[in-house]
Design a protein around this ligand. Sequence first.
Ligand code: ADP
Ligand code: MN
Length: 176
Amino acid sequence: MPRRSPVIVITGTPGTGKSTHAQLLVQESPVPLQHINVGELVKMQGLHDGFDEEWQSYTVDEDKLLDQLESPVSEGGVILDWHTSDVYPERWADLVVVLRCHHTTLWDRLETRGYPLKKIQENNEAEIMGIVCDEARESYQPGIVVELESNTLEDMEENVARIVTWIEQWIKDNEN
Ligand code: ADP
Ligand code: MN
């Protein structure tokens, strides 16, 4: 069954603004959207094989995660908010938004968040090298991947307005 509302993947290095964008998008969207914070879901539902102390992150059980997401995604009208995007089947995503942030700004945000230094360095480097973006471009058709700057509140408002316009068009293209 075709979806009536789109599935929007929002990805980016931790701290680039995924969850903040997703929250604003829920408010501004012309159709109801469910914001799924995938990292939180993994934690809350125990969709992992434990906590990796060295990497300070959960080892995700991908099969369990995909099982959990299958039903909301098939309904549509979902924002998948996570720092990685290559776990999902390609057909899930209608739009993949990659948020980018200046590395010094990102450093400050992660420091404010109380991340350990090692984690800040690791994410900072990943952002400079564009790892999350490369991953998205390798996993999806170029036409559905869009890279957006997320340095200022102005950027965020602009980005959300752009996504809203994209949703309106998607709805027009998919109604019958
Ligand atoms: P993520 O979900 O990608 O880890 P968050 O949405 O939690 O990132 O944002 C991290 C911090 O940076 C929050 O304090 C948020 O308010 C701030 N922030 C995010 N995006 C922007 C932006 N475009 N302009 C200013 N502050 C931002
Ligand atoms: Mn987040």
